[in-house]
Design a protein around this ligand. Structure first.
Ligand SMILES: Nc1ncnc2c1ncn2[C@@H]1O[C@H](COP(=O)(O)OP(=O)(O)OP(=O)(O)O)[C@@H](O)[C@H]1O
Ligand SMILES: [Mg+2]
Length: 255
């Protein structure tokens, strides 16, 4: 089981990168695959052609609130972790031939509920054992690192644009991940679609992390996102997809 997380400042292309990685894993027959939408805006769903609401599915936050704050002790005897895990399987999980998907939802970021958080962490640990790859799409910003939905990650992909702020973000993200004791094996830097290729070397030298290449600017990606179409249906020769395949190869995921 491998856990892969994308990070980066707002709008650098995190979510589309996760969608294109998903396409890559599907085309390589890699499964089972779990996508975790950790952004309250829930953009990932649309980019991979899923609509939880229409399916009658709930976000993890909604299930947590129902289970621990509204129901009261109706299911006494069942440990909290199991209670929430069972609910996620039954009411929170999109499942299809190619991947499963859960969304953490909004209430997740409001307030601090220690019991639900602890229960959720246990539930996610149990649940994720069923998959080969888990792809987590993070919101912009770094606050979510403190919530530590996972304490062990394999690869972090930090998507950058050419701004000074983006470079600073990389350093802070790395530091915070260390500070909150998230264990990770690799911390990679990826140039977003606005990142000039020629700055790659400089990024690697000044940041000291492996630069895997950049995601190509691709009009079709823009068009698909605007129209709410799934990026999984992009033609295989689409520049953005071709560049993501190369990046995956650079990080050791090629078959
Ligand atoms: N390869 C690309 N080529 C051209 N445009 C792109 C590409 N990737 C993303 N975009 C555009 O940039 C926008 C933001 O992309 P995306 O949602 O993937 O970024 P994000 O980092 O997840 O944003 P947020 O911080 O809001 O979550 C998209 O709506 C799309 O229009
Ligand atoms: Mg996003």
């Amino acid at each position: 089981m491998k856990i892969i997380v994308t990070m980066g400042r707002g709008g650098t292309g995190k979510t589309s990168f996760v969608a294109l990685m998903t396409k890559y894993f599907i085309e390589n027959g890699e499964k089972p695959l779990l996508l975790v939408d950790a952004d309250p805006d829930q953009n990932l769903e649309e980019m991979v052609g899923v609509n939880l609401k229409e399916e009658g599915k709930k976000t993890i936050s909604e299930l947590l609130v129902e289970t621990f704050l509204e129901e009261g002790g109706t299911t006494v005897g069942v440990p909290p972790t199991e209670r929430i895990e069972n609910k996620i399987w039954a009411y929170g999980m999109h499942e299809d031939e190619f991947f499963d998907l859960i969304a953490l939802g909004t209430k997740w970021v409001e307030g601090c509920y220690c019991l639900p958080n602890a229960a959720l962490k246990g539930a996610l640990e149990a649940l994720t054992k069923n998959y080969k790859y888990i792809l987590i799409d993070s919101p912009a910003g770094l606050e979510h690192l403190n919530r530590r939905i996972t304490s062990r990650v394999d690869d972090i992909f930090d998507i950058i644009d050419p701004s000074k702020k983006s470079f600073d973000h990389v350093e802070r993200a790395y530091r915070i991940a260390k500070e909150v004791k998230i264990e990770f094996k690799n911390f990679y830097v990826v140039g977003g679609f606005r990142f000039p290729q020629e700055l790659g070397k400089q990024a690697q030298e000044s940041l000291g992390f492996k630069f895997l290449g950049k995601i190509a600017r691709d009009e079709r990606v823009e068009e698909y996102v605007l129209a709410g179409k799934s990026l999984l249906n992009l033609p295989s020769e689409s520049p953005a997809y071709v560049s993501v395949k190369k990046i995956m190869g650079e990080s050791g995921y090629s078959k």
